[in-house]
Unconditional design. Structure first.
Length: 197
């Protein structure tokens, strides 16, 4: 395979990544091929030394997702889908199944917590209305009524804050899971490449 064919094939398989990431990978392999040619290999032998294109793409994709995971502004859902796509190769299917199970569990936990915070907040607000009406009917002092309303609103604010923390914690947990599985895929690709050589 010629260098142009190799680089075009690699580029076509990295469409899930942005242009700058792909350009960086293309430049890396272009330089690597040139370096190997300077050391006496032919272009075809230099490219053959990299191994199977699927292993290269899996390793590069795992590296890119790992790099993205270190960046807190990256999209964890997109990274998850990329890693899941990498796991479609037969050797990585068990990792893909484990990743799906862990992410599904995380989503269930985060969703359950959010629902519980929402239901609790609504329950507090719904209970507040009859409580205030009964306090007014029984002639309770205004300061006590205001204090009860204030405490209820503070409780709702705390529940809202906990919901925000849950979402942020879920994103951090997802990033951590993606990092872990990216490393596993990278290691598995390396082991598989070494076994094939």
């Amino acid at each position: 395979m010629k260098k142009i064919e190799f680089l075009n094939s690699l580029k076509s398989r990295l469409k899930a990544f942005n242009e700058s990431e792909v350009k960086s990978i293309m430049d890396f392999y272009d330089e690597l091929i040139e370096e190997k040619k300077e050391n006496g290999l032919t272009e075809e032998d230099a490219i053959a030394s990299f191994g199977d294109m699927n292993h290269i793409v899996n390793k590069v994709s795992a590296d890119l997702v790992l790099t993205r995971s270190n960046n807190q502004t990256s999209n964890p859902a997109k990274n998850f889908l990329i890693i899941l796509g990498i796991c479609a190769s037969p050797i990585l299917i068990p990792i893909g199944i484990a990743l799906s199970a862990v992410v599904f569990s995380l989503v269930v936990v985060v969703f359950s917590l959010l629902i519980s915070f929402l239901v609790s907040g609504i329950a507090i607000l719904v209970a507040l209305i009859p409580m205030v009406i009964s306090m007014i009917m029984s002639g309770t002092e205004a300061s006590i009524i205001v204090m009860a309303v204030g405490m209820s609103l503070v409780a709702c604010a705390i529940l809202s804050y906990l919901a925000i923390l849950t979402i942020q914690g879920g994103k951090v947990a997802l990033q951590t899971i993606i990092k872990f599985f990216s490393k596993k895929i990278k290691n598995k690709s390396e082991v598989n490449k070494n076994e094939n050589n």
